[in-house]
Design a protein. Structure first.
Length: 421
């Protein structure tokens, strides 16, 4: 497979798509991604994800396929599963979920009947859309009871209250995990609550999967959890995909829920890319990467707080932080996101706990350091980014000032190549 030749063929036959892809390469190179759910993947992942395996239908699982010609697909999927088990110290792994939402949906359907109760984190306090938000299909199929954090106590979760609610509602699953919660969990507390009411424990670690694999954040399996899901494309630096891991006794339920319960044929080219990314995560260098992600996050958070920015948990234990831009700058998160786009720093608007503003015009922004760390940025670089962020948001109406900052940001970013470009 000649990648350069394929690019030339694309350029000749579909110049509009070719130009858009080249435009995206330039955008990513001249600016920096600070959205905590985004990262820059490996060149090896590009190669696998754009490989000949895209041609192959592989319904079923290794050794139990519904189509012939599977000798190489079985090798690939078994490698991905084995590497996942080694990384996360788990007994079983399913690498077929197409992304984060399907992996969580498959987990719910593996253990629940419509109307069953799940205890999960409130969306505005850090939970994900798939954790039972009323607008999601899962929120309509199952009964999600949502718990909150204490923003005025650095995001503390009241486990006495959680246990009280669990006793009252009798959930079949006690779920933890987040998309905008800048803390680590003590999974022991969730396990205690689940054991009292006889519920399964389920952790969605989509954001921090790579940090768990690197050994710099807690692993739910070390605390007796039953099921853990993660995406591959965030801190794990892999392709856009999902993965479900579990105790061996739940393997059959999970596998049947993914296929044939929720999906048909898996995307084998993506599973090959998952295997590559998990292989990279097993290398010693990945542990150093995880440490640097956390060090960068703590430095960026401190720089912002020293400049008067209100972070919802007054700091961070992981790779992300959520800033209250209304309180800090008098502007909503949408305007803050648009302002930072103008200086080639990409963040996303974000609701804050019990946000009075709507999701498309919320009170905050969310920032994270995995992608910047991938490009080789360190603590001093985080301080520069923090300074530019604050300067831009304070001068959001001053176009000439924003243009000046943009030039400085882009000159800075060109020193840090994007992998694979």
């Amino acid at each position: 497979m000649d990648a350069n030749r394929n690019w030339e063929i694309l350029k000749q036959n579909d110049p509009e798509i070719y130009d858009a892809l080249i435009g995206e390469e330039k955008r990513e190179q001249k600016g920096v991604e600070l959205i905590p759910s985004e990262n820059y993947t490996y060149p090896e992942v590009y190669a696998a994800n754009g490989s000949i395996l895209t041609n192959k239908y592989s319904e079923g699982y290794p050794g139990k396929r519904y189509y012939g010609g599977q000798e190489y697909t079985d090798i690939v999927e078994n490698l991905a599963r084995d590497r996942a088990k080694e990384l996360f110290r788990c007994e079983h792994a399913n690498v077929q979920p197409l992304s984060g939402s399907p992996m969580n949906q498959a987990t719910y359907f593996a253990f629940l009947e419509p109307g069953d109760t799940v205890l999960a984190m409130e969306l505005s306090h850090g939970g994900h859309l798939t954790h039972g938000a009323p607008v999601s299909h899962m929120g309509k199929v199952f009964n999600f009871v949502r718990y909150k954090t204490h923003p005025d106590e650095k995001g503390r979760i009241d486990f006495e209250e959680l246990l009280k609610v669990a006793k009252e509602t009798k959930p079949k699953i006690v779920m933890c995990g987040y998309t905008s919660y800048p803390r680590d969990y003590d999974y022991t507390d969730f396990k205690k609550v689940a054991d009292v009411v006889g519920a399964l424990t389920f952790a969605d670690v989509a954001h921090i999967g790579g940090l768990i694999a690197a050994g710099v954040m807690r692993n739910p399996f070390d605390y007796g959890f039953d099921v853990v899901s993660t995406t591959i494309h965030k801190s794990l630096r892999g392709p856009r995909a999902g993965m479900i891991m579990c105790k061996k006794k739940y393997a059959d339920a999970i596998d049947k829920s993914v296929f044939p319960g929720l999906q048909g044929g898996p995307h084998m080219q993506t599973i090959a890319a998952i295997a590559v990314a998990l292989g990279k995560a097993l290398e010693p260098e990945f542990k150093e990467y995880g440490k640097q992600v956390l060090a960068n996050a703590k430095t960026l958070a401190q720089e912002l707080m020293d400049s008067g920015v209100k972070l919802i948990t007054d700091g961070t234990d992981n790779h992300m932080m959520v800033a209250n831009t209304v309180q800090s700058f008098g502007i909503d998160g949408k305007l803050a996101e648009q302002t930072l786009d103008k200086i080639s720093i990409t963040v996303n608007k974000q609701i804050i706990p019990d946000d009075p503003n709507p999701p498309l015009k919320p009170s905050g922004i969310r920032l994270g350091t995995p992608a910047a760390t991938t490009r080789g940025m360190k603590e001093d670089d985080m301080k520069k980014l923090g300074t530019w962020i604050v300067e831009a948001l304070k001068n959001h109406q001053n176009e000439s000032k924003l243009e000046e900052i943009k030039k400085a940001v882009e000159k800075f970013c060109l020193k840090f190549p994007v992998p694979g470009i």
